[in-house]
Design a protein around this ligand. Structure first.
Ligand code: KIV
Ligand code: ZN
Length: 506
């Protein structure tokens, strides 16, 4: 009873948040990293939502071996059937079904009575339980639900076969005292509660999601639902890294409760999420922000140098934040590079490893010091490409001219298999002109939704990392490119996105 279940919903509640949408392969990649992190349960998605969602829940269920994989379902048989089908291949499948229970939601959203609500819960949970031995029931908006009614809701779910009952603070309205008291009340009042796991699911509208979740744990909850970096609907969910490190660092305050999370994987997981989604981690973000372990003031630096504990309550290594800076140089071989990439979490196939090595050698000619951050940027820019020369557009050469008294011009040559196509275009700036030339070559129009450029490391010879998001009628596609030349980096990023777009078109 002293270990709590970490239920990660980055791929469901997190992915619902604007800007965090992931494609199929990205979701599977994230799921495998969540497994490496050691989460107990991962909510892979909402299988009924679309064929794409179904396919990714299924792919995750088939790929993940140690964690439970669950799919969300409304309290409807068709949703539960879709979830059951999608998680069929999981080593440890779970069905998660939910229904709102507050009078506000019953009256204005669902337009049903309390009695109907109870009937639907009984039907949905027993239906799910016939399909899966592990069933979670969530009472949406539980924190604003009449307490006596909430007891009845959970008693019904338990009697119908739920194995976990979840208490969401759906709109982030609760305070830690109130939420702790709610969990304590339920622990004392709900008949049969000793047979199930009680779970928290707190949103961060008032910035209290982590505090509320921890208050729930103190009051007896033994599952916490959370997301990496707290991403999720509106202001987000409880941040997993804060919960896990809070419990670990202040085990004295939280009754020596532990988790199965391998904390050294935390930083890698947060960075993978940021890399995949293109959303940066705020520098001041607790646990994983760039400044979380930086000591700027002289007094602090002096203190940390004499004894780290003066200003550090946990070590950067314990969350995987320490990086070896200077790693490889011009004379390093492919073997050394592959070893270092493996340490950084990139087990590349031989084609991609060869591509990264070629990019590394060319970078080593232009840049004196190559750091882990450079290597991650190079590897990431290749992960999305399929290394399939026959089907993908690749950059052969480009010439760009721009100045303050002329229109920018770009001449670009792309290759695809044996085809070599050259086009020229003008634009208000060099990137515009280059993108227009690419558009002419691929003969498919797209809208540029987002364009961002950043230096990977300090100094003038830094790699520029470009993130591009384009869209067409079928969807939006991200691309990442790196180069010491920002125009080249931009074209490379665009080509990753373009190849994804054309693949979808096929
Ligand atoms: O916030 C919420 O209530 C939810 C439920 C579906 C668990 O996400
Ligand atoms: Zn939620």
């Amino acid at each position: 009873m002293n270990t709590i279940t970490i239920f990660d919903t980055t791929l469901r509640d997190g992915e619902q948040a604007p800007g965090y949408a992931m494609n199929h392969d990205e979701k599977v990649r994230m799921a495998l990293q969540l497994e490496a992190l050691g989460v107990d349960v991962m909510e892979a998605g909402f299988a009924i939502a679309s064929p794409g969602d179904f396919a990714s829940v299924k792919a995750i269920a088939d790929a993940v071996k140690s964690a439970s994989v669950c799919s969300l379902s409304r309290a409807l048989e068709k949703d539960i059937d879709a979830s059951a089908a999608a998680i069929k291949g999981a080593a440890r499948p779970r069905i998660h079904t939910f229904l709102a229970t507050s009078d506000l939601h019953l009256k204005y959203k669902l337009k049903i009575s309390r009695a109907d609500c109870i009937k639907r819960i009984r039907r949905a949970v027993s239906y799910a339980r016939n399909l899966c031995g592990d069933v979670e029931f969530s009472a949406e908006d539980a924190s604003r639900t009449d307490r006596d009614f909430l007891c009845k809701v959970f008693e019904t779910a338990i009697a119908a076969g739920a194995t976990t009952i979840n208490v969401p603070d759906t709109v982030g309205y609760s305070t830690p005292d109130e939420f702790g008291a709610l969990i304590a009340f339920l622990m004392n009042r709900v008949k049969g509660i000793e047979k199930v796991v009680v779970s928290t699911h707190c949103h961060d509208d008032l910035g209290l999601a982590v505090a509320n979740s921890l208050a729930g744990v103190r009051a007896g909850a033994r599952q916490v639902e959370c997301t990496i970096c707290g991403i999720g609907e509106r202001a987000g969910n409880a941040a997993m890294e804060e919960i896990v490190m809070g419990l670990r660092t202040r085990h004295d305050a939280y009754g020596h409760i532990s988790t199965n999370v391998r904390t050294e994987e935390i930083a890698r997981t947060a960075h993978l999420l940021s890399t995949i989604t293109g959303v940066r981690i705020a520098p001041g973000k607790a646990i994983v922000g760039a400044n979380a372990f930086a000591h700027e003031s002289g007094i602090h630096q002096h203190g940390v140098l004499s004894k780290a504990e003066t200003y550090e309550i946990m070590t950067p290594e314990s969350v995987g934040m320490k990086q070896t800076e200077l790693v490889l140089g011009k004379h390093s071989g492919q073997h050394a590079l592959e070893n270092r990439l493996r340490d950084l979490g990139y087990d590349l196939d031989s084609d991609r490893a060869a591509e990264v090595f070629a990019a590394f050698k060319s970078l080593a000619d232009r840049k004196k010091q190559i750091t882990d951050r450079d290597l991650v940027a190079l590897a990431e820019s290749r992960v999305a490409s399929k290394s399939d020369a026959e089907h993908e557009w690749k950059l052969d050469s480009f010439v760009v001219n721009s100045g303050n008294h002329m229109s920018a011009t770009a001449q670009i040559t792309l290759v695809k298999g044996k085809r070599r196509v050259q086009e020229a275009a003008i634009g208000t700036g060099p990137i515009y002109a280059a993108f227009r030339a690419v558009e002419k070559i691929i003969r498919h129009r797209f809208v540029l939704e987002d364009y961002r450029i950043e230096a990977v490391t300090e100094r003038r010879d830094a790699l520029g990392e470009v993130l591009v998001k384009i869209s067409d009628a079928k969807g939006s596609y991200r691309g990442r490119g790196v180069s010491t030349d920002v125009i080249e980096g931009s074209i490379l990023a665009l080509l990753v996105a373009v190849n994804r777009m054309l693949e979808t078109k096929k």
